[in-house]
Write a protein that binds this ligand. Structure first.
Ligand code: FES
Length: 115
């Protein structure tokens, strides 16, 4: 069972940028990598740094507090001091809406539905 909810419009997340949204009491970071959209927990697993204030380099978002890094596709921790991955969420595009499935944390697929 899925539970997709609209969290933003695609024009609100330009290529190479991020946007933090709140869903079911959780802070989620939307990321646009050249038109592919990803969603990860917005809070760093090291000491709770705000990933929305971090830098995006390729597929990696870098935490602004201690420079830990996470792969936005997989949630994997890829740069110390972080070693614990962040949660990921399935993302789909429906028309101009970005939707994420809040029931499937840590499983990510992209389902592009235009229309
Ligand atoms: S809080 Fe993010 S690396 Fe320390």
């Amino acid at each position: 069972m899925t539970d997709y909810v609209t969290v933003a419009q695609i024009q609100e997340v330009p290529s190479g940028q991020t946007r933090q949204v709140e869903v079911d009491g959780k802070s989620v970071l939307l990321v646009n990598l050249d038109g592919d959209y990803f969603a990860i927990d917005a809070t760093c697993t090291h000491r709770g740094g705000p990933l929305a204030e971090g830098e995006i380099n390729g597929e990696v978002v870098t935490c602004p507090w201690h420079r830990g890094g996470f792969n936005v596709r997989t949630g994997e921790a890829v740069a110390l001091p972080t070693t614990t991955p962040v949660g990921t969420y399935p993302v789909r595009v429906t028309g101009s809406a970005l939707e994420i499935d809040t029931t499937w944390a840590n499983r990510r697929t992209v389902d592009r539905r235009q229309g």
